[in-house]
Design a binder for this molecule. Structure first.
Ligand SMILES: [Fe+2]
Ligand SMILES: [Fe+2]
Length: 376
């Protein structure tokens, strides 16, 4: 086979085949001939053929039937008929049913025949090219879908791992802060567990006030650390069982500022440091608050919550000079100072919470995990 394209003519009249061969000798195509349908079917199996042109009326099989078989076996071959006027109707029907590509009538015009064959090869080439491109597109789509699936899975896994790592770090961070706050409370046997309980009460109030998770977390951490500045106050003053002198009281009053200075350089405690600084400010901005005499909304919200939690915790714990007070006394005190010392929004939520929880609100030594608390 010398050329890229091959045409097969099928006709029971050998003279016609010879004429066609002669006609196409100089064309750039291989010409195969068969005088019987069975021979034609054998030839297309052996030689890659792009176009089959057949007569209609032949002894063992009609042209339409032959082309139906060709279509069955090699659907990409372009099928045409070369037929006399008497069989035209059959051929036209076959064209209309989409079974054959084109019809050439006998006797044919040489130029027309050549041109039609060219068109048939082009038609076949084009169909082949479209098929090839479709196949490539399909394969690439499959590959892309596959890649996407893998990628999605990987992203999901990595995101999950990162979230777990992040949570481990947060937990380790809170544990470290708790250790620090316990060290502060340990300066005085009477305040053991004070900071932790203030953190717990404060986060319960914050959740009651419907604050988002990150605010509740900050309130808890600020609660744990609110008295960290007591590290800088002398033990003698902190543990003194008797009434403090005015000088000693001034020294105690420095603890929010000392706490602020300890925490402020720590990058991940930047939001917490001001909450610690202002946890003894009064809501009315009076000089009973310290260190900056802020008022109302100037006082960070966690500080306002911690102040209530701090008071409640202190009143309900034993002190060297008195026993723990009752919840009724706490409620009275909170009412008495709402609006002056305490933010009314905070005390309202606290009192609602207390009404619901009663004594269990101040139950000591309860296990508390801030992250499961936030999730609840
Ligand atoms: Fe304090
Ligand atoms: Fe405190």
């Amino acid at each position: 086979m010398r050329h890229q394209h091959t045409v097969l003519f099928v006709d029971d009249e050998v003279n016609i085949l010879k004429a066609l061969q002669r006609l196409l000798r100089t064309e750039e195509m291989n010409v195969l001939c068969a005088s019987r349908a069975s021979e034609a079917l054998e030839l297309i199996e052996k030689h890659p053929t792009q176009v089959v042109v057949t007569d209609q009326r032949m002894p063992e099989m009609s042209g339409v039937d032959l082309l139906a078989r060709v279509r069955e076996r090699q659907p990409d071959i372009v099928r045409m008929m070369l037929t006399g006027y008497t069989e035209m109707k059959v051929a036209v029907d076959a064209i209309n049913r989409g079974e054959i590509y084109r019809l050439i009538t006998k006797p044919w015009n040489d130029d027309e025949l050549r041109a039609t064959l060219r068109q048939a090869f082009d038609h076949g080439d084009l169909k082949g090219e479209i098929k090839r491109l479709n196949q490539i597109t399909r394969e690439q789509n499959f590959k892309l879908q596959d890649m996407n699936r893998n990628l999605e899975g990987k992203v999901r896994d990595r995101t999950k791992q990162l979230a777990e790592k992040h949570q481990q770090l947060r937990t380790a961070y809170v544990q470290t802060i708790r250790a620090l706050s316990e060290a502060v409370d340990a300066k005085d046997t009477y305040t053991r567990g004070h900071s932790e309980r203030v953190g717990v009460y404060a986060s319960k109030i914050a959740r009651e006030m419907n604050f988002p998770k990150d605010v509740i977390e900050r309130v808890y951490i600020a609660g744990l650390l609110h008295d960290v500045g007591k590290i800088g106050v002398s033990d003698a003053v902190i543990t003194k069982p008797d009434r403090l002198t005015p000088e000693e009281y001034e020294e105690i009053k420095r603890h929010p500022e000392i706490g602020y200075r300890i925490l402020e350089p720590v990058e991940f405690l930047q939001d917490v440091a001001p909450c610690v600084r202002h946890h003894h400010e009064w809501y009315d901005g009076s000089n009973r608050g310290y260190p900056d005499r802020l008022r109302g909304d100037q006082i960070p919200l966690p500080s306002r919550i911690i102040l209530v939690a701090d008071t409640v915790e202190a009143m309900t714990s034993d002190r060297p000079y008195r026993k723990a007070l009752s919840l009724e006394a706490v409620v009275d005190e909170v009412h008495k100072y709402t609006g002056s010392q305490f933010d009314p929004k905070v005390t309202e939520s606290f009192l609602n919470l207390l009404e619901r929880e009663g004594e269990s609100f101040i139950k000591k030594d309860q296990k508390f995990d801030i992250y499961s608390f936030i999730q609840d």
